[in-house]
Design a protein around this ligand. Structure first.
Ligand code: GTP
Ligand code: MG
Length: 513
């Protein structure tokens, strides 16, 4: 196990090495380039494919828990007003039933977005479904299936503000069947709240191999979630009762795992105990009578203080599309990964290379005139029909358009193959890269990376097994828009999944059209 975890770290998804495409070696010698980075001309031979199967479901907006007022003319929010506060997208991740939706619901309640009447209504509804304690989660879990089963299916989206920051909450599902939805949620996030249940037995199941605590952490890191708040939840539970021993046990088990997943525990990780159900240590620091040993921050304070690297508003515009719909034109949704956009701008939809014009921009459902990197936007466009757009397409600058490829070279870290299968040319998997979900096939294993020296091994390999690091050529049948990891981490890191399990993580090292 240790070896495997070392290997994951060696894939250099850890923040200290993110801007390097080189492999350090143990002797501290000059790092060596792994793959030459020659630029490949873009080539859009297949400009017109449409595959409805890859369209995601629209994330559900859940901040509609107060009486709605009839539609009024849309006021334009002055962007200066909006920019006073920074904006962060925070994804809630963790094993099924850890309490993600409960915490999300509690945040909305504590920040005054849910009135008592609504809470009482949910209490009754939850009771009728024999799910008494689920009423807080109902604020985030809005559809019938979710409420009956008590699990999140679609990523819930809501907004709240602290002193310094506007947050968009993305409440991911923890159930293993919905990992693709979690991936889509995490790919829109800047930071994450990893929720862990302290209840007896629950921490253990989530942390086991095959549990989603592990899978979510690895995916989050791969998808660019740079910082994690690890909240140890359900501290009020009778099996825990705010026990320091239990909290310390969980922290001491999580730390090595977080390290091995590429997080710098000192810089990127912060632990805190809470009760999502009761709202303890969330908006205000908790009473010493509840928990005498904790004198640290509460959740809102910690979120407020999190620092993320500044984003470049002047880079080439890139917004991967996660969803689209028709509403007085074509509206696309996504997170701006680079550059800025203004009403009236002309842009390109890639890979089908259609020029479009920005008619209107919405940020947190407010109409805005312009928006910068990190914002989750709805963009109304003219010049294209919604059926000509798929999730995974990228809204891109015309001057510096994103490349479209059907083949690329990548450095892969094999995590765990199904039934210890072997990984060889011909291996098929589902590729998840930003908002793209595509079938892919490994065309060639180019070379393996020596687990000890981290150098490419000379001998050609025909297959590798669990834990191997390997450079290979990957092909997709439809054109996709991606970037080299070196140029653009968010659009150049990916995961491979087979039959609902994450089998490898990787980064794009070269593009081939
Ligand atoms: P999925 O979305 O299905 O992954 O689950 P989730 O992480 O969103 O968990 P959810 O919020 O639905 O909560 C699951 C159960 O844990 C519910 O019964 C909650 O009432 C309970 N729960 C959540 N937080 C707490 C807590 O702080 N204390 C206690 N005692 N129970 C909690
Ligand atoms: Mg949930």
């Amino acid at each position: 196990m240790d070896n495997l975890e070392d290997d994951i770290r060696a894939l250099q998804l850890d923040s200290s090495a993110e801007d390097s495409n080189t492999v350090p070696n143990e002797n501290g010698e000059e790092p060596k380039e792994l793959v030459a980075s020659d630029n490949v001309e873009e080539d859009l031979r297949d400009e017109s494919y449409i595959d409805p199967q890859t369209v995601h479901s629209e994330p559900k907006d859940v901040a509609e828990v107060k009486e709605q007022t009839p539609a009024a003319p849309e006021p334009i929010v002055d962007e200066v007003e909006k920019e006073k506060k920074r904006h962060l997208n925070v994804v809630f991740i963790g094993h099924v039933d850890a309490g993600k939706s409960t915490i999300g619901g509690q945040i909305l309640y504590l920040s005054g977005q849910v009135d008592e009447r609504t809470i009482q209504k949910y209490e009754k509804e939850a009771k009728d479904k024999s799910r008494e304690s689920w009423y807080m989660a109902y604020i985030m879990d809005t559809n019938a299936e979710e409420r009956v089963k008590g699990i999140t299916v679609e990523v819930g989206r809501a907004h709240f503000e602290t002193e310094t920051t506007r947050f968009t909450i993305l409440d991911a599902p923890g159930h293993k069947s919905y990992v693709p939805n979690m991936i889509s949620g995490a790919s829109q996030a800047d930071i994450g709240v990893l929720v862990i249940s302290a209840r007896k037995g629950e921490f253990e199941t989530g942390y086991e191999r095959g549990g989603q605590t592990r899978e979510h952490v690895q995916l989050a890191k791969t998808l660019g979630v740079s910082k994690l708040l690890v909240v140890v939840n359900k501290m009020d539970d009778p099996t825990v009762n705010w026990s320091k021993e239990r909290y310390d046990e969980i922290e001491s088990k999580m730390v090595p795992f977080l390290k091995s997943s590429g997080y710098n525990v000192k810089k990127d990780i912060q632990f805190l105990p809470i009760s999502g159900l009761h709202g303890t240590n969330m908006q205000t620091r908790m009473d010493k009578k509840v928990c005498p040993w904790w004198s640290g921050q509460c959740l809102f304070e910690a979120l407020d203080a999190i620092e993320v690297p500044p984003r470049d508003p002047n880079g080439p515009f890139r917004m991967p599309i996660i969803d689209k719909f028709k509403d007085m034109g074509t509206v696309v949704m996504g997170k701006v990964e680079s550059g800025s956009v203004r009403e009236g701008n002309s842009l390109l939809i890639m890979p089908n290379k259609v020029q479009v014009k920005v008619l209107a921009l919405y940020c947190d459902d407010d109409k805005v005139r312009s928006a910068g990197p990190g914002e989750n936007l709805k963009v109304r466009l003219s010049g294209i029909e919604d059926e000509d757009i798929l999730s995974g397409f990228v809204l891109s600058s015309i001057e510096k358009p994103i490349q479209a490829v059907n083949e690329f070279v990548a450095q892969l870290q094999i995590l765990e193959l199904l039934d210890n299968a072997i990984f060889t040319a011909g291996y098929k998997a589902v590729l998840h890269i930003h908002s793209v979900v595509e079938e892919c096939e490994i065309i060639e294993l180019m070379h393996q990376i020596d687990p000890k020296t981290r150098k490419p091994m000379r001998r050609k390999v025909l297959f590798v097994k669990n834990g191997a690091a390997v450079v290979c050529r990957i092909q997709v049948s439809n054109m996709i828009c991606i970037e080299k990891f070196l140029d653009f981490q968010q659009l150049g890191r990916f995961t491979l999944r087979t039959e609902g399990k994450t089998v490898a993580i990787g980064k794009v090292t070269d593009l081939r059209a």
